[in-house]
Design a protein around this ligand. Structure first.
Ligand SMILES: [Zn+2]
Ligand SMILES: [Zn+2]
Length: 184
């Protein structure tokens, strides 16, 4: 690996003359401290990066999310990280904070192109996923809501529309007053 610091780090104790140095891992891009002799000989920082280097396309899928090797990432689990998080972090130039999640704009969980990823708070993300027909309590479909709003004229009674769609009058009022389905 490439040695980062020119100056060797202090030997650990006086009983040995092992010198340590900082190295840059070409696979995970992280700076690691290793014994100088071993670090110069090694091509990567760890066995996990070595595996990744021998097969660059090495991606694991878990719950539909692509995961890649990032052994030194502070939030790595079993040396793996969600690829979406890694891509979003490199886009941001910092690590994600607690309470921040990555949302896939087009809904495809393993589409980790930077333009498809959006970092947002957990509550905002939850709201985004439970709106409209994703909300289990929804009585109407997107088409019906647009239809109701399109054909409503002053003078038409809410309860007549409600009967037509088989819902409660208050549901129609909430839709028409934009208390529900606000984003449409
Ligand atoms: Zn590495
Ligand atoms: Zn999402």
């Amino acid at each position: 690996m490439k040695e980062v610091s020119k100056r060797w780090l202090a030997t650990d104790t006086n009983r040995s003359r092992r010198s340590y140095s900082k190295f840059l891992c070409p696979v995970c891009g992280q700076v690691v401290v290793k014994r100088r002799s071993g670090g110069l000989k090694a091509k990567t920082c760890s066995v996990h990066c070595k595996k990744q280097q021998s097969n660059p396309e090495r991606v694991c899928y878990y719950n539909g999310y692509a995961r890649i090797i990032k052994p030194k990432h502070p939030k790595a689990h079993n040396y793996m990280m969600k690829r979406s998080v890694v891509v979003a972090e490199s886009k941001l130039g910092r690590y994600l904070e607690d309470g921040e999640v990555v949302h896939h704009t087009n809904g495809i969980k393993d589409d980790d192109r930077p333009e498809n990823l959006e970092v947002m708070g957990i509550s905002e993300h939850h709201r985004l996923h439970s709106r409209g027909i994703n909300n289990k309590a929804a009585k109407l479909t997107t088409e019906q809501v647009l239809e109701i709003r399109g054909k409503y004229r002053p003078g038409i009674r809410h309860c007549d529309i409600a009967k037509e769609y088989g819902v409660c009058r208050s549901t129609i009022s909430l839709v028409l007053n934009r208390k529900h389905w606000r984003y449409l």
